[in-house]
Design a protein around this ligand. Structure first.
Ligand code: IMP
Length: 180
C-alpha cells in the first residue's frame, strides 16, 4: 500500500504558537546584533519563512543545501553539500534553521562545515527533534517539538518529494486504503 499522510502530530495552531516562542528566544539571544539565519534546504523552507517573521529584530537570511537521504525513509548515512551559502559568515552570528534532527549526521556535518568559516557564534534551531534515533550527539540551542520515532510529512517534510505543502505535521502511514 502507498504510504499516505495520516495522524496529525503537530497542528497548525501548535506550530504557530511554538514558532512565535522560538522567534522571541532567538531575538533575546541576539539582542543588538543582526544575526544571519541559515535555512537548510529543502525541508526547512516553510519553517524558515515563519520563523524569520517571528524574530522581532533585523535579520539576514541565507540557505544551504544538503542531501542525506537516498531511498524512501532510510538514511544513506552519507551527507553532502548540494548548494552553498551565498555570503561569507566570518564574524557573523549564525543560526542554522533545520527541519528535523534524526540520526544527527546532517547537523554534525553542517556545524563542522560552518564552524570552519569562523562565525562569531553558531547556534542551531530545529523544528522537530527525533531524539530516539540519534547516532551522534549534537548540541541543539532551540527545539520546537520532540517526537517519537515516526516518519513525518507536511510543513516542509516530504516523502519522495510529496506532502511538503500540508499545513501541519503528520505521520506517514501505510495502513489506510489507497485513494481511488
Ligand atoms: P539526520 O542526518 O539523520 O539527522 O537527518 C536529517 C534529515 O533527514 C532531515 O533534514 C530530513 O531531510 C530527513 N528526515 C529525517 N527524518 C525525517 C522524517 O521523519 N520526515 C522527513 N524527512 C526526514
Amino acid at each position: 500500500m502507498t504510504p499516505r499522510p495520516g495522524r496529525v502530530l503537530i497542528s497548525e495552531t501548535e506550530l504557530r504558537a511554538r514558532i512565535a516562542e522560538l522567534g522571541a528566544e532567538i531575538g533575546r539571544d541576539h539582542a543588538g546584533e543582526v544575526p544571519v539565519l541559515v535555512g537548510v534546504l529543502q525541508g526547512a523552507f516553510l519553517f524558515m519563512a515563519d520563523l524569520i517573521r517571528a524574530v522581532p529584530m533585523d535579520v539576514t537570511t541565507d540557505f544551504i543545501g544538503v542531501a542525506s537521504y537516498s531511498v524512501g525513509t532510510r538514511s544513506s548515512g552519507q551527507v553532502r553539500l548540494t548548494s552553498d551559502l551565498s555570503m561569507p559568515i566570518e564574524g557573523r552570528r549564525v543560526v542554522i534553521v533545520e527541519d528535523i534532527v534524526d540520526t544527527g549526521l546532517t547537523l554534525t556535518y553542517l556545524k563542522r562545515t560552518l564552524e570552519a568559516r569562523h562565525p562569531a557564534t553558531l547556534r542551531v534551531c530545529v523544528l522537530v527533534d527525533k531524539i530516539e534515533r540519534r547516532k551522534v550527539e549534537v548540541a541543539l540551542d532551540y527545539v520546537g517539538f520532540t517526537i517519537p520515532n515516526v516518519f513525518v510529512v507536511g510543513y516542509g517534510f516530504d516523502h519522495q518529494g510529496l506532502y511538503r505543502n500540508l499545513p501541519h505535521v503528520a505521520a506517514l502511514e501505510t495502513d489506510g486504503p489507497d485513494p481511488v
